[in-house]
Design a protein around this ligand. Structure first.
Ligand SMILES: [Zn+2]
Length: 253
């Protein structure tokens, strides 16, 4: 079982290198033996999995050629990547079966919408007395800089309790969030910005933002306590990849 898991991790790590070469910052090209191994793997299977682990954060912008096939969710009219619909529906159904009332308040966002949200946040901070520079810095902690929001992938959702639709830390105390945090991994989702990982994710605690990564990765992250950045780094190490670099969180803005 352990060997099978390692093999799967290697497969995923290798898969990520092909379409995400521009997304993950590598200081060195992949070693030649890795390329040889990649050729021996079933390429279509690897590519099939890679989209689930797309990394978009303050240091990894959405690939320029990114495109996604969207589907509109009947319950809220919002859009998500078509490939996550079944798992998302199952998670919602199970949550509702538990007597709860989850509500999706944000899903896919275009670059234009993300830009508007970001600029609005800066305007509000400026109105509250922030200097231009500090408003930009503070805004980046709460609203992702356009091009760096996971919502632009179609793989992220903000889910709140119907009974408490405020995006603040108290959201974590609602029965809906408690249920989602406990069960989301069963459906391939993770709570993307945990309270103790802000330095790594670059985003403050958000007990409402869920990200689809697929069931295998979600389970692995639940067991290890890793956030997505840590999980991907571990996969790279497993694949014999060294020399990743990451700008420090201090330079977000
Ligand atoms: Zn969100």
């Amino acid at each position: 079982m352990k060997i099978a898991r390692s093999a799967a991790a290697l497969l995923l790590a290798l898969a990520m290198m092909v379409p995400m070469a521009g997304a993950i910052r590598l200081t060195e090209p992949a070693p030649a033996e890795t390329e040889t191994e990649a050729e021996e793997l079933p390429e279509s299977a690897a590519a099939d999995e890679a989209w689930k682990l797309l990394l978009v954060n303050p240091w990894n912008t959405l690939p320029e050629d990114f495109s996604v096939e969207l589907v509109t969710l009947a319950s809220c009219g919002l859009k998500v990547d078509k490939r996550i619909r079944t798992d998302l529906n199952e998670m919602f159904f199970a949550c509702q079966e538990a007597g709860l009332r989850p509500l999706i308040c944000s899903a896919y966002r275009t670059q234009a919408v993300q830009t508007r949200l970001y600029n609005n946040k800066i305007s509000r901070l400026r109105a509250a007395g922030y200097s231009r520079e500090s408003a930009v810095e503070e805004a980046g902690r709460w609203v992702a800089v356009p091009g760096t929001s996971e919502h632009q992938t179609g793989l992220a959702l903000d889910i709140v309790s119907t009974g408490y639709q405020v995006l603040n830390k108290k959201q974590a105390d609602t029965p809906e969030q408690k249920w989602l945090m406990e069960h989301c991994w069963e459906y391939g989702f993770i709570l993307r910005y945990p309270s103790d990982k802000s330095e790594i994710t670059g985003i403050s605690y958000e007990p409402w933002h869920y990200r689809y990564v697929g069931k295998e990765a979600a389970l692995a992250m639940r067991d290890s306590g890793q956030c997505l950045e840590e999980y991907l780094e571990a996969l790279e190490e497993d694949a014999g990849q060294t020399g990743t670099s990451r700008t420090s969180p201090a330079s977000i803005a």
